[in-house]
Design a protein around this ligand. Structure first.
Ligand code: B12
Ligand code: SF4
Length: 462
């Protein structure tokens, strides 16, 4: 029996949207924990639920017991609660980690979990596993970075654990312990390019109001570019992907680092196409875009969120609309595709702000744009600001943070019209020169969508 079984409760084949999209990546947090603990001498097994089904996990849990570690994010609440229930029935000690359980330690402990690891997991787990074996789950006082229930059933939240200062001291994610090749293969079959994810830093210092900082707080630590280049070289030699995805929060946050990394990759003759995410204000130099293009960046995702400066300021986004316009145009000039993330329904958004977003996207003409309707994640500024008007219409155990509704805010249907308005206006602008008839038709569909929104607003106000 191993010292620890790790899993995450995300089953891709239960997710109809993801089956359409088919861009799976393994959960790096678990792979980091596995690598760290195995180097420290622990025996770790990973049950990667991505391509599995629930019954297979239940079967695994029914074959003996030990310590089970589960990654949690807000989307996987229900499967994680089910896993806790099954695991406890079979005698497992259950430890949860990741952003969701750090936001709801009391709820998960009451639902049967034994320990919640809050924040970075590696060092905490290395101390926790022996403590669990020697003292049991009720006597974990002093194991920093954890929460647990004591003998009296009271919830104890230990103090925070200091973050690992040198990220190069952590071994690379244990991709060898899962079927990484299957991920690469699925990417290749569905998108023509095999892909592998890696990260070069942990944590983001920016304060966008709706963003969850449950794991790394507002700190920012970078790996050295040499360590990253070594990992990339290893990935390419082992899995032969045609591209990588840097899953960092803000890939271009440090320009000196970026230039150093680019120089190192060039020195090694390593040019791997990649996509990544950044902020417009961290892209405001030709040299940054030129460097990205030379390194092989074929698509950059920009969290543009809104075309209204008033809303960006309310979000504490720290970015100007003009910066988004400049960064988008500059990226395209260097041959880099632009993906734009947009958010509807942030606090205070009016139809004029939506119109400003439509204008922005029309003007920037990104290669892709994706919209979400804002929802307040626990322990964010957005959640705190709307606390008085947040309602959860389902039981906590049946819901996710995406089910929080803000009283007085428009329905999802309203934002479906906003999508129709946006998509048709943007397409009309694109077709203007080549197909004026279709462009006109698109503009009329956009106008209808806008009218439908105005009618909904009028009804709500009446
Ligand atoms: C890459 C990414 C994705 C990828 C995931 C692909 C993949 N499998 O890696 C994609 C684009 C698919 C994605 C989707 C979503 N994501 Co996302 N994503 C990220 C991102 C940017 C990086 C994840 C990562 O690799 N981190 C690096 C590792 C090292 O950190 P970690 O995972 O937190 O792991 C550490 C600790 O949490 C802990 N730990 C982790 N697991 C475990 C387990 C145990 C047992 C223990 C003890 C400890 C432990 O130790 C680890 C090492 O220190 C994070 C933000 C971030 N920087 O982490 C958001 C983030 C995780 N995503 C978020 C969200 C909201 C989503 C979505 C729900 C968005 C949506 N659609 O509405 C979906 C959910 C998808 C799903 N199916 O579950 C939020 C989660 C908020 C929350 N409270 O749950 C985050 C934090 C972004 C944010 N700042 O708001 N995401
Ligand atoms: S949205 Fe992006 S830039 Fe803003 S705080 Fe979150 S990770 Fe940082």
């Amino acid at each position: 029996m191993s010292d620890l079984l790790l899993t995450h409760g995300y089953f891709l084949y239960e997710d109809e949207k993801e089956i359409q999209i088919m861009r799976p990546y393994p959960t790096l947090g678990l792979l980091y924990i596995s690598a760290y603990l195995r180097r420290a001498g622990f025996d770790v097994e990973i049950f990667d639920s991505t391509f599995a089904n629930r019954q297979e996990l239940v079967d695994r849990l029914s074959r003996g017991s030990g310590v089970l570690g589960v990654y949690t994010n807000l989307l996987t609440r229900r499967p994680v609660l089910e896993i806790i229930e099954v695991a406890k029935r079979h005698g497992w000690q259950v430890v949860l980690g990741g952003p969701e359980s750090a936001n709801y330690p009391n709820e998960y402990l009451r639902a049967g979990a034994d320990v919640i690891v809050m924040g970075e997991g590696e060092a905490t787990m290395a101390e926790l596993l022996p403590a669990l074996a020697q003292r049991g789950a009720q006597r974990l006082h002093g194991v920093t970075g954890t929460a647990f229930k004591d003998d009296a059933g009271d919830i104890i939240i230990n103090s925070e654990r200091a973050k690992i200062p040198d990220l190069d001291s952590i071994p690379w994610p244990d991709r060898e312990r899962i079927d990484q090749a299957r991920y690469v293969d699925i990417w290749r079959r569905h998108h023509g390019m095999g892909s592998v994810n890696m990260i070069t830093a942990r944590g983001c210092p920016y304060k966008c109001n709706w963003c969850s900082h449950a794991v790394f707080g507002f700190t920012h630590r970078r790996r050295s570019f040499l360590d990253c280049a070594n990992e990339l070289e290893h990935i390419v030699a082992t899995y032969r992907p045609e591209q990588v995805w840097y899953a960092d929060d803000v890939f271009t946050i440090s320009h000196p680092w970026l230039y150093g990394y680019a120089r190192e990759l060039k020195r090694r003759g390593l040019r791997v196409p990649f996509e990544t995410i950044s902020r417009a204000d961290r892209m405001m130099k030709d040299e940054v875009l030129q460097t990205l293009a030379e390194m092989g960046c074929y698509r950059i995702w920009i969290g543009s969120e809104s075309g209204s400066q008033r809303i960006l300021d309310a979000m504490q986004r720290g970015v100007k609309v003009d910066q988004v316009i400049w960064a988008t145009e500059a990226a395209k000039r260097y041959g880099i595709q632009v993906g734009m993330f947009l958010m509807w329904g942030y606090q205070g958004e009016q139809i004029d702000d939506i119109a400003a977003t439509v204008e922005l996207v029309k003007r920037c003409q990104p290669n892709i744009h994706l919209t979400t309707v804002a929802y307040p994640i626990k322990n964010t500024g957005f959640f705190a600001n709307s606390a008085d008007s947040i309602v959860l219409s389902k039981e906590w155990s049946m819901a996710t943070d995406r089910d929080y509704r803000i009283k007085g805010r428009h329905s999802r249907g309203y934002y479906r019209h906003a999508d129709a308005w946006l998509n048709n206006e943007v397409e009309a602008a694109r077709l203007e020169g080549s197909d004026p008839t279709e462009a006109e038709r698109r503009r009329s569909v956009a106008a209808q969508a806008r009218e439908a929104m105005a009618a909904i607003s009028a009804q709500t106000e009446a």
